[in-house]
Design a protein around this ligand. Structure first.
Ligand SMILES: [Mn+2]
Length: 139
């Protein structure tokens, strides 16, 4: 199992490759606000654990294992953003809150949250009922 820090790197590398077709050490460092030397170190570890293949002058490529993991991590992040949005968390708090919780939930919990998001999305009245409770508790 990847550590929280490894998860952040895999997630970010996956996003960069999806968006630009490649992920350079400098881009990863910028996206994660870390020093390039930390990226190089982590990339070597991810290579050793077979999430990616890293060649100094050719860049890096995710392995099938790395792609599968990256895809799941991006899904998890997006699902948690959806959840926080549905339950009425302010937009300005959503990203940081998700970054804070995403590594600490089991995949079982993620699947159940997936059900909950679906429950609300299937019927707008359910979201409205929640908003009614929220308005009451704000009084
Ligand atoms: Mn994230």
């Amino acid at each position: 199992m990847p550590t929280p820090s490894m998860e952040d790197y895999i997630e970010q590398i996956y996003i960069l490759i999806e968006e630009k077709g490649y992920a350079r050490v400098s881009d990863i460092a910028e996206a994660l606000s870390v020093h390039p030397s930390s990226v190089t170190k982590m990339v070597q570890k991810l290579d050793k654990d077979q999430y990616l293949v890293y060649e100094k002058y050719r860049g890096l490529m995710l392995t099938p294992k790395g792609k599968k993991t990256g895809k799941r991590l991006v899904y998890r992040h997006e699902l948690l953003e959806q959840l926080l949005k549905i339950i009425g968390v302010k937009d300005e708090n959503i990203y940081q809150d998700v970054e804070g919780i995403e590594h600490h939930l089991s995949w079982d919990a993620i699947d159940r949250i997936g059900d909950l998001v679906q429950y609300f999305e299937e019927n707008e009245d359910r979201v409205e009922a929640l908003r009614t409770i929220q308005r009451q508790s704000e009084e």
